[in-house]
Design a protein around this ligand. Structure first.
Ligand code: HEM
Length: 409
């Protein structure tokens, strides 16, 4: 057990529709090893194994990154206690109260995007709504001027596209360009502070400076934040900002496109939502479960272990496959059905935002964006229809649509 010739995480058929392959792995090869990479890549697919990986950070380390190759980025891609320190720095920006306070603003953004889509008769829901919305929202939270967001999106997509490559250099160009840009944003705020008579190390009361001297956004927060009397260095600040940006854009776009794709493919589901918008939160959780926008991420085991009779050598790259765990029949009834009547206790059991210490800090924000998008579209376009079956996006760890061509009249 362990080696299977049929499953290749980069294989064309797997990329096209990974779920039948996950089912085979869960049933007959719960610890899979793929040997045709620069080092063996392991894949775990059963719910209990994936959940255990996410919780037991002493054994399953994030130190070597979440991608198939080994890379040490640090900051949020680390283990406690280091990780706990960095997590505390972004806590305020993603606190439930802070996110809830953005609802009105995000709702206006959704309406504006849909107005433009209707006026121009744009038929691609991906380009008109699902793609720009998260980028505009994250730009607002970070404090990046909205006129620069297209450039931003390009950089973050290029980094994700390079994730499959075994060559670290492939993502370097876009990463450096984005870092130069972000450093400029940090330096602009630093200069404003200096002109107002404050150095970043002798600020009196952060809360007072934020919003008055420099904008109250994540970039300013990261410039001034201090936990246990320590501030971040500029290189740490850039890593943190990069992790937030790359983590939040394409994932939320995929949640929105996947959700509309499934609801419109089985159109009675969309009709139910139009008739009864109180089902929207259920549709969002079911979409997350059924079509995990991040199919899986890697951990590295700190010691050799034996699992289901397979030995995994110390320091192996092992994928926690959320997308497979989410369809484990031991946890989810009729897992291959998208159900708006899924029992409440199963709805939030999916692992699409991870679990434990690294649980996604953007979960509430992306749920809110998806809710506002579906509410508005269902109300404005009750006759919405899917025109053609959409293609998947390329990065092998991600699961989303490149386009979503629809009509509404
Ligand atoms: C549907 C949308 C999203 C999905 C499916 C998603 C998925 C995930 C997953 C699975 C993890 C756990 C990683 C791990 O266990 O190593 C994670 C962590 C993370 N996510 Fe999200 N995410 C989404 C939206 C967002 C948004 C909107 C943001 C930021 C604005 C964001 C920022 C992050 C960051 C910074 C981490 C790292 C947290 C840590 O390691 O402590 N995500 N996300």
């Amino acid at each position: 057990m362990g080696e299977s010739t049929e499953y290749n995480p980069f294989g064309e058929e797997v990329l096209e529709d990974p779920f039948p392959f996950y089912e085979d792995l869960r049933n007959s090869c719960p610890v899979h090893v793929h040997s045709e990479f620069q080092h063996p890549l392991y894949t775990l697919t059963r719910y209990d194994d994936v959940a255990e990986m996410l919780i037991n950070f002493n054994l399953w380390s994030s130190h070597y990154g979440q991608m198939p190759r080994y890379s040490v980025q640090g900051c949020l891609f680390s283990d406690p206690p280091e990780h706990t320190w960095y997590r505390r720095l972004i806590q305020k920006s993603f606190a439930p109260r802070h996110i809830a306070a953005m609802e009105k603003e995000i709702s206006s953004l959704v309406k504006e995007l849909i107005d433009v889509m209707e006026e121009n008769e744009t038929r691609d829901l991906h380009d008109a709504l699902a793609c720009p919305l998260p980028v505009l929202v994250i730009a607002k939270i970070l404090g990046v001027p909205t006129e620069d967001i297209n450039q931003f999106k390009e950089w973050s997509d290029a980094q994700l596209a390079a994730s499959k490559s075994s060559n670290l250099e492939d993502s370097k160009g876009p990463r450096d360009a984005m870092n130069d840009y972000l450093l400029q944003q940090i330096n602009d705020r630093r200069e404003v502070l200096q002109n107002a008579g404050w150095g970043e190390h002798n600020v009196p009361d952060n809360e007072k400076l934020l919003g008055e001297v420099i904008p109250d956004d994540v970039i300013s927060g990261i410039l001034l934040a201090e936990v246990d009397s320590r501030k971040l260095s500029d290189s740490e600040r850039l890593v943190m900002l990069n992790q937030l940006l790359v983590g939040g854009n394409e994932t939320t776009t995929s949640l929105i496109t996947n959700m509309f794709w499934r609801l419109l493919s089985q159109r009675d589901l969309y009709e139910k939502i139009v008739e009864d918008p109180s089902l929207i939160p259920v549709a969002i959780e079911e979409s997350l479960r059924f079509d995990a926008p991040v199919l899986g991420l890697y951990r590295t085991n700190t010691e050799e272990i034996s699992l289901h009779g397979v030995s995994i050598p110390e320091r192996s790259k092992v994928m926690a496959t959320y997308g497979a765990a989410n369809r484990d029949p031991d946890v989810f009834e009729s897992p291959n059905e998208f159900r708006l009547d899924r029992p409440q206790e199963q709805l939030r059991k999916h692992l699409s935002f991870g679990l434990g210490r690294h649980f996604c800090p953007g979960a509430q924000l992306s749920r809110m964006e998806a809710k506002l998008a579906l509410e508005e579209v269902a109300q404005r376009f009750p006759d919405l229809r899917l025109v053609k079956s959409p293609k998947r996006i390329e990065p092998f760890l991600l699961w989303g649509r490149k386009e979503l061509i629809v009509r509404w009249n």
